[in-house]
Design a protein around this ligand. Sequence first.
Ligand SMILES: C[S@@+](CC[C@H](N)C(=O)[O-])C[C@H]1O[C@@H](n2cnc3c(N)ncnc32)[C@H](O)[C@@H]1O
Length: 280
Amino acid sequence: MAESKRHISREIGLEIGHVVGKGLFKLDHLHYGLWKKGLEPCILNLHIAQDEYCKFIISHIPAEVKSILDVGCGAGAFSRKLADIGYKVDCVSPTEYQNKIVEQVMGSDCEVFKCKFEDIQTTKKYDMIQFCESFQYIDIDRVIDIAGGLLNDGGYLLICDFFKIKAQDKYGLKGGHKFDKFMSVMQQSPFKILEDIDITAETAPNMDIVDKATKEVMIPIADAADRFLMSRSPLITKLVKWKYRKKLQQAQDKYLNGKRTGKDFAETKTYRFFLCKKGK
Ligand SMILES: C[S@@+](CC[C@H](N)C(=O)[O-])C[C@H]1O[C@@H](n2cnc3c(N)ncnc32)[C@H](O)[C@@H]1O
């Protein structure tokens, strides 16, 4: 799939995720959350896990940081949280849908760069740049140079996201830069890794929730819709199903092959928190 098509479908996926999450489950964030021991992995607890994730990040922000650039800020809920506890926060958001919400949530104190991180144009500098589950979308060959130019001397890069450690099955979980490549980019960069924390086990349960929702909600709804359409317009329904048979088969293979669970996530990805400082 061409990169622009992939970008559009990812962004629409995130938009649907936000509308459903906010509308049905009062979710403000778009990340996996941090599932502490004892918290049952179910959709109704996702807001608790997401709060834990934010607390975890905040507890690792160095004391001298005053200004933060939140890259890929989603709907701005985490940026708001940071501003409420005293940080000066600007945001980077490449989608129209999210931009409007971010501007409302953040108000006039915050500059929202309505573009991709790779296209940002500013002379401003920050004490810290954070990528909370947005790092995987940024061009790995350019991110370090751009971030370096936007940071004050001794500034910090905070990355909390997952990386690929193993090639996935054709229909397995997608996403994430290759971990080896990331580590080699960091080694050659002017940044020193101060903290590297593996939170794969605490984030993987999110995939069990998505898997369960797919099998127990989405698929039964699709089956019922199919029966309804077949009862009303069997000929047209059969024709449409035939026309899109390849796509329907792909969707079945993707979502029903049991390769999208927390266990699969933990086997093919590593979810890491990195705090890096500019200057070696
Ligand atoms: C999974 S969401 C995470 C949102 C938010 N940080 C959170 O933790 O809830 C990924 C975000 O990255 C943004 N994004 C995707 N590509 C980007 C790019 N090239 N530059 C900046 N942001 C990007 C998306 O619009 C989305 O808001």
